[in-house]
Design a protein around this ligand. Structure first.
Ligand SMILES: [Fe+2]
Ligand SMILES: [Fe+2]
Length: 304
């Protein structure tokens, strides 16, 4: 096992309490920044900056400091109100939470949700704008951020209780966390999946459910959504073919479908205009996959 871990360039300015090291030409690690110092942007941008490493023994401390710093950065961006930067900061948090091997980071998400709801508790229009700003991240992260913004749009528009809003936002943020455990090419490919690939893909609700249970003390409603978001009321969904699905599971499933149709092109399918996506889902309602009342509530929040 290597004794030192490389730090992502974009995250270097966020650390204060972790010593940094650089690698010499002889492949020795030397102290660059001691505990208690920041390497701020000006110091970083001046001159030729070497790659920064932390000692393996500091890994857990660094993880905690990073997730706190990302939420602090997010709160700052939220208070400044520039949506593009808010979206980028949220993307950074989701990216860390969905990194395989960093599952404990999921525990920083309730604070993220609190910051978001605290500032936007009545502003569903802001969430609508947030979905219109891509942030150049992976398909999975962009999808997760969009689903979360759409869920909040729904919650604010229909004035759901704070508990419902919190839990639904949390569920949206982690609903596809199981996809992070599946090979990236399969998740990111714009091609139609082969039967075998699809079989692998359909394991993600169970993988995600297990990840949440193992790493958090979240209310069971959240891992339940993770397990249920591809189930459909006519029993045609997966992984279990259920026809009784929790209210949260139905809502996240509906918004998840809408997001995938509207925001993502595949080689075999161009992305749809919002009304086209809604008309596809409407057809699915006649097949009894989604509840009609829920669909109506969702379209209401999109059109206002
Ligand atoms: Fe999914
Ligand atoms: Fe999804």
């Amino acid at each position: 096992m290597t004794d030192y871990i490389l730090i992502k360039k974009s995250q270097i300015p966020l650390f204060k309490n972790i010593p940094f090291f650089y690698k010499t030409a002889n492949k020795e690690y030397r102290l660059y920044k001691k505990k208690g110092d920041y390497l701020d942007d000006s110091r970083l941008s001046s001159g030729n900056h070497p790659s920064m490493y932390i000692h393996y023994a500091d890994k857990e401390k660094a993880r905690i400091e990073l997730t706190k710093a990302l939420n602090k950065d997010f709160a700052k961006k939220v208070s400044e109100g520039r949506l593009r930067e808010i979206r980028q900061a949220l993307t950074n948090i989701v990216n860390e939470a969905l990194t395989p091997g960093q599952e404990k980071n999921i525990n920083s998400l309730p604070e993220t949700v609190e910051i978001l709801i605290g500032r936007y508790s009545k502003d569903h229009a802001a969430m609508a704008l947030l979905t219109q700003l891509g942030s150049n991240s992976s398909v999975l992260i962009e999808h997760t951020v969009n689903v979360t913004a759409l869920v909040l749009q729904f919650c604010f528009f229909h004035r759901l209780s704070e508990t419902d809003t919190q839990q639904l936002s949390m569920a949206a943020l982690v609903h596809d966390i199981g996809c992070a455990k599946i090979e990236k090419e399969l998740i990111e490919t714009p091609k139609r999946l082969t039967d075998k690939q699809f079989e692998t893909y359909t394991t993600h609700p169970e993988l995600g459910h297990a990840t949440i249970i193992e790493n958090t003390n979240f209310d069971m409603a959240i891992p339940t959504v993770v397990m249920e978001h591809h189930e459909r009321l006519d029993g045609s969904g997966y992984p279990k073919g259920l026809n009784r699905i929790s209210a949260y599971g139905q809502l996240i499933g509906l918004i998840d479908s809408y997001e995938s149709l509207t925001y993502r092109s595949k080689l075999f399918r161009k992305k749809k205009k919002p009304y086209e996506s809604l008309s596809i889902i409407k057809d699915e309602i006649y097949e009894k996959k989604f509840a009609k009342g829920l669909f109506k509530k969702f379209t209401a929040c999109l059109t206002k």
